[in-house]
Design a binder for this molecule. Structure first.
Ligand code: HEC
Length: 102
């Protein structure tokens, strides 16, 4: 019974659905290459702003996910909804905020 309660409360907080290990590899490559073409291969910025833990720290993760999925109208930041699910964008933002894997 205790187990059931724990499980239910976990689902209620909307726990992040982690991409599979293989998909995580693809996402890391996509961010380093496709996002990196504007944000820099080391994510320190270029045409787009840096995507480093220090520069993202005070920004709400939800807003960053929305920027990735929908792009920013009137700026070069394109929408990625055709290539990424919202869960995948959430995973990317969590990793960017923690320090993106190589
Ligand atoms: C064609 C260039 C380009 C590409 C490709 C691109 N971005 Fe951007 N991105 C931008 C620009 C320019 C901005 C700043 C928009 C503005 O002025 O508000 C931005 C903003 C952002 C922001 C908001 C940063 C902040 O500090 O508010 C995030 C997060 C982001 N991009 C993530 C990504 C991710 C993840 C990818 C790849 C899936 C990506 N971008 C690909 C150009 C790009």
């Amino acid at each position: 019974m205790a187990l059931l309660v724990t499980f239910t409360s976990c689902a209620a907080t909307g726990a992040l659905a982690e991409p599979s290990a293989a998909r995580q590899k693809e996402l890391v490559n996509l961010v380093r290459q496709d996002c990196g073409s504007c944000h820099g291969m080391t994510l320190r910025g270029g045409l787009g702003p840096p995507l480093l833990p220090a520069t993202l720290a005070d920004k709400p993760a939800d807003g960053l996910v929305a920027t990735i999925i929908g792009g920013r109208t009137g700026t070069p930041m394109p929408p990625w909804h055709r290539f990424l699910t919202e869960d995948e964008a959430q995973w990317i933002v969590a990793k960017l905020m923690a320090g993106f894997p190589e």
